[in-house]
Design a protein around this ligand. Sequence first.
Ligand SMILES: Nc1ncnc2c1ncn2[C@@H]1O[C@H](COP(=O)(O)OP(=O)(O)O)[C@@H](O)[C@H]1O
Ligand SMILES: N[C@@H](CCC(=O)OP(=O)(O)O)C(=O)O
Length: 423
Amino acid sequence: MTKAYTIVIKLGSSSLVDESTKEPKLSIMTLIVETVTNLKRMGHKVIIVSSGGIAVGLDALNIPHKPKQLSEVQAIAAVGQGRLIARWNMLFSQYGEETAQILLTRNDILRWNQYNNARNTINELLAMGVIPIVNENDTLSISEIEFGDNDTLSAITAALVGADFLFLLTDVDCLYTDNPRTNPEARPIVLVPELSEGLPGVNTSSGSGSEIGTGGMRTKLIAADLASNAGIETIVMKSDRPEYVPEIVDYIQHHFRPPRHGGNGTQQQFLELQDAELEELRRHNVPMHTKFLANDNKHKLKNREFWILHGLITKGAIIIDENSYDRLLSKDKASLTPNAVIEVRENFHELECVDLKIGKRLPNGDLDISKPVQSVGRVRSNYTSLELAKIKGLPSERIHDVLGYSVSEYVAHRENIAFPPQF
Ligand SMILES: Nc1ncnc2c1ncn2[C@@H]1O[C@H](COP(=O)(O)OP(=O)(O)O)[C@@H](O)[C@H]1O
Ligand SMILES: N[C@@H](CCC(=O)OP(=O)(O)O)C(=O)O
């Protein structure tokens, strides 16, 4: 029996538009429409994250290369996004399927109720049988509020709706030890049990493979890391055979066995794992892809933690001492009080999201600048950076004396503190 899954499928610009002519790749889009329709008929819920707004706009306006100026790119995106969604709509309508456009920036999920609202809307669309098609709102997005690339946006979308799978469809069939376009010796990496341990011997620094893509394999690894933190399995595969998606889902559900040793193992074990998994794929006649396994339930972020760590824009930093950090991590999960704070960096308003760092406190209470400072998580601070600079190092009872008022006894309440999964 096949379980009903929620599946996010992300398509890069290079899969939807020809890199040099910028003409649409209608054959791939049609295959995707067929696949999504089939997945829906099997009972799965599918969300598409579609890039291509800018590339389609370049084609519409006969502009050969993406301009440097932001306002020009935003205008091009406004033209292209409309055409792109019309194209999806036209193709899906051949199968009687309805689509909905969702354009997001980080500004749209700044508040917890906005984040939940986005989830409710997408879930409502899925319940109505509509296929949500998500993209960044490139026309209104500026660097401070942009997701920056659709790999990251797709992972955030997948976490938002609590998806089971994130498929990143691109122009290579899987992750390799190096860019396969430039290095013919590159070896396929088909299984990554634990991305947070790093990928020794894997080089993804060469960026996008095309003029119209953003980020290359590097942003796909970031997306896979975010998704696995949210308990979602990520698959990288080639976009020209989307009908492989259900085959891969079936393989993972019925045949795939995770490696017995937890994590990636040594570099040698990691490479052996690749050979073993390649053999399994051949044995079961499963198409090439890379699987990034999801964190187990114990190491999975809760919705709100994910939102604080990966949804919000951060400003400034709060540096605390190691003992206070240990207390925040402890089982009884303390809140952050002003006496834990050694130093405040840059400016932030109340309830903005701030980087939480640990450093060493000198006997006089100041930060020991000869020792490293390390980022450990994020908090939404009840106090502004100016207020916090005045009350740092003090017990909560002194807040009122120093400021003349007290918003809270805590710098950040427990529900506004988030740490990455601790292994
Ligand atoms: N280690 C690697 N393995 C596979 N592809 C890589 C690697 N390093 C860089 N790349 C490049 O990443 C490209 C895919 O990313 P990108 O061009 O951004 O695609 P998309 O538009 O689908 O997001 C590939 O075409 C390839 O050239
Ligand atoms: N939002 C942009 C795409 C950004 C992006 O990440 O592109 P890609 O690397 O092709 O997935 C657009 O619609 O053109």
